[in-house]
Ligand binder design. Structure first.
Ligand SMILES: [Zn+2]
Length: 243
């Protein structure tokens, strides 16, 4: 029995094939494309590393009963679709969709930095900012599967409108390309194509505008963590993700 994990992220898509015992068998990273492009890429990957089943993450809200995506601000073509059903039909193996924050949170709580704690809040900093509260090994999803959408807490002070339509969400200060955009607005060298890595490198070499953008991001993240603490009082907060 082998299983394929597909992390369908806003910028990159990662494949990881594991044995039943959790041993890593193969892995690959590719740029994110449409669901059809994803199906083609997975089919090519599976040609040399077959899997019996797959799980795919969804960056957005997901109805766990139907597997249908409610809203994905970073992958809007998924809205109203059932990605696991589409991929399953293309690949001929069963699969399931999991909200990305939930997948990251369960992995951290069960296998990672939260192991041993019954009450963990996990933040995953990437293109979007995902979050989930894991108590006694399961995620508190909320009535609409949207609990823990920390990225859309209004904790920034930059006057920027978020992809969700609200003003000054956490994601406008720190999510994906937003950090580089805030750097560029302050006169930083981070024009087109700059990434969070460029901002951090510039800050480390003394660039004041990069430092200011990072300070703003850290302050917004700190406010979000304070509000999460006030609201759910977790035993442990784990901060992870590509950023
Ligand atoms: Zn937002």
């Amino acid at each position: 029995m082998t299983a394929l994990g597909i992390d369908y992220g806003g910028t990159h898509t990662k494949f990881l094939l594991v044995s039943q015992g959790g041993e890593e068998l193969a892995r690959e990273t590719a740029p994110t494309g449409s669901i059809d492009e994803l199906g083609d890429r997975v089919a090519r990957f599976l040609a040399s590393a077959p899997a019996d089943a797959f799980g795919v993450t969804v960056a957005g809200t997901l109805d766990p009963a139907t597997g249908i995506v409610g809203r994905s601000t970073n992958l809007p073509w998924l809205d109203g679709t059932a990605p696991a059903e589409v991929l399953s039909a293309r690949l001929g193996i069963p699969g399931t969709a999991v909200q990305d924050g939930e997948a990251a949170a369960l992995a951290e709580a069960r296998l990672g930095a939260g192991r041993g704690s019954d009450d963990v809040f996990v933040l995953a900093l990437g293109t979007g900012i995902a979050g989930a509260h894991v108590t006694r090994g399961s995620v508190r999803r909320g009535a609409h599967g949207a609990a823990g959408e920390v990225g859309h807490m209004r904790v920034a002070t930059n006057g920027v409108v978020c992809s969700c339509g609200q003003l000054e969400c956490l994601e406008t200060a720190i999510g994906g390309h937003q950090l580089a955009a805030r750097w560029a607005e302050r006169g930083g060298a981070g024009a087109d194509g700059a990434t969070a890595v460029d901002v951090v490198r510039a800050a480390e070499s003394g660039d004041e505008s990069a430092r200011a953008a990072l300070d703003d991001a850290a302050r917004a993240l700190g406010r979000a963590i304070l509000e999460v603490s006030a609201l759910v009082d977790p035993e442990l907060i784990v901060v992870g993700g590509g950023l």
